[in-house]
Write a protein that binds this ligand. Structure first.
Ligand code: ZN
Length: 267
């Protein structure tokens, strides 16, 4: 049994330059470029497997927009829009799953839009990229607000006994975790081999959009380490070629529209 459900957690509305670096920059051939807003879909991936229910990223939660939870800097740049039906518990319910049934969580990285509902999954074993958890914790410990931007302190302070990941491994039969650093110090992607739909790759923020993926690959608005960032995109491309896989970028609203979404699934 291996089913892949894509859960819809709403959108983050932001300046397009935060998605594709320099997207609306004026140039000689485009002297009157206009700023544009872009609505980045926020998704989580639920995998139903013989080993139980795995949730890849815990998405965002509308409560985070309440004053005092997400800090104002984040709220100002990334406005979350989420209907009641896009709440993660309701999304899970459409698949017939309760939050208590999630026994495994994989966090792609620790940025606020990917860890938003983490506190709901206390029963789960939680995997996270070691470099990202350590970087965020250090930034908060040092009071370095620039480095800490994008991380939400209360999510990092939850009493979770993380299994910290430093290298690629097979988590369940047909489900591989791969390391794709660069967007942030640590990013984990998922490679899922299904019977009928072939291989699906979820690189999360290593690949924001189809435009970012290229080729040629482009920088997103947020890049922690450029060398690692571009190497990770090429790593995704290699794996995609090997398995003739479908690459599903994290935040592409056109791609997202055309995906099968919960309660429908890939199998
Ligand atoms: Zn993101």
């Amino acid at each position: 049994m291996l089913r892949v459900y894509i859960l819809d957690n709403g959108v983050l509305k932001t300046d397009k330059n935060n998605v594709v670096a320099g997207a609306t920059m004026c140039t000689r051939t485009r002297p009157f470029a206009q700023h544009e807003f872009y609505e980045m879909p926020v998704m989580s991936v639920l995998i139903e497997h013989d080993n139980g229910y795995l949730l890849f990223d815990t998405g965002s939660n509308m409560h985070s927009m309440e004053k005092g939870y997400w800090d104002e800097g984040i709220q100002d740049i990334y406005e979350l829009k989420q209907s009641l039906g896009q709440n993660i518990e309701i999304q899970l319910a459409t698949c017939g799953v309760r939050k208590e049934e999630i026994n495994t969580v994989v966090l792609s990285h620790m940025h606020f839009d990917h860890t938003g509902n983490l506190k709901l999954f206390k029963n789960a074993k939680v995997y996270a990229p070691k470099a990202d958890v350590e970087f965020a914790r250090n930034a908060f410990a040092k009071g370095d607000s620039t480095a800490a931007f994008g991380y939400h302190k209360p999510d990092l302070e939850l009493p979770i006994n993380y299994t910290l990941v430093e290298k690629d491994f097979e988590l369940f039969k047909g489900v591989e975790v791969i390391c794709l650093p660069g967007h942030s110090p640590g990013v984990l992607g998922l490679v899922v081999h299904t019977e009928k739909s072939g291989t699906l790759i979820f690189p999360m923020d290593a690949v924001y959009t189809k435009e970012i993926y290229g080729p040629p690959a482009k920088a997103s608005g947020l890049v922690f380490n450029r060398t690692e960032y571009f190497a990770s995109i090429e790593k995704v491309r290699e794996i995609a070629k090997k398995y003739r896989a479908q690459v599903i970028p994290a935040h592409d609203n056109e791609v997202f529209k055309n995906l099968k979404k919960a309660p429908y699934y890939y199998e």
